[in-house]
Ligand binder design. Structure first.
Ligand code: MG
Length: 165
């Protein structure tokens, strides 16, 4: 597949509260931290934002419609499975992932030591080379809920091309 010629873009965002007694999992990578993210599933905001970006690029129903948090099947669900299911639907409509780019909004923990591991994890989950995966981390300068360390969020964009390209 050529890496030029994006035919669709998709956008996804997610935010979860930071709470004690939970693991912090970002992009399928467990990050050492004394707190984690609250949520019905494993609360991996990076994979949730990515999944929504993929679904949006293909104009499919969003993650909340496909995997409702009222459904006990998705309690503590591994978000990698949700991503895999969304990817199958997107590919089933004839799309391939060209690239993704994302920002993790977190005051703490400091994410720069883990960005490369997250990048490689995402590339493996999407079966694309790591040079098509952008991972950035930003603080909120002590402002708002993210800046106060009460939440972590992710914003993700995805480019899709026709599978025949
Ligand atoms: Mg979520």
């Amino acid at each position: 597949m050529k890496t030029t010629g994006i035919h669709r873009v998709g956008l996804g965002t997610d935010l979860h509260r930071i709470v004690p007694g939970r693991k912090l999992i970002l992009g399928g990578v467990e990050i050492p931290f004394d707190q984690g993210l609250a949520g019905h599933s494993d609360a991996d905001i990076v994979l949730h934002a990515l999944t929504d970006a993929l679904l949006g690029a293909a104009a499919l129903p969003d993650i909340g419609e496909l995997f409702p948090d009222t459904d006990p099947r998705f309690k503590d669900a591994d978000s990698r499975m949700l991503l895999a299911e969304a990817l199958t639907k997107v590919r089933g409509q004839g799309w391939s992932v060209v690239n993704i780019d994302l920002v993790i909004h977190a005051e703490r923990p400091k994410l720069s030591p883990y960005k490369e591991a997250i990048r490689r994890s995402l590339a493996a989950l999407l079966a694309i080379p790591p040079d098509r995966v952008g991972v950035k981390a930003k603080t909120h300068e002590g402002l708002d809920a993210i800046g106060r360390g009460e939440a972590i969020a992710c914003t993700c964009v995805v480019g899709l091309a026709n599978q025949t390209e």
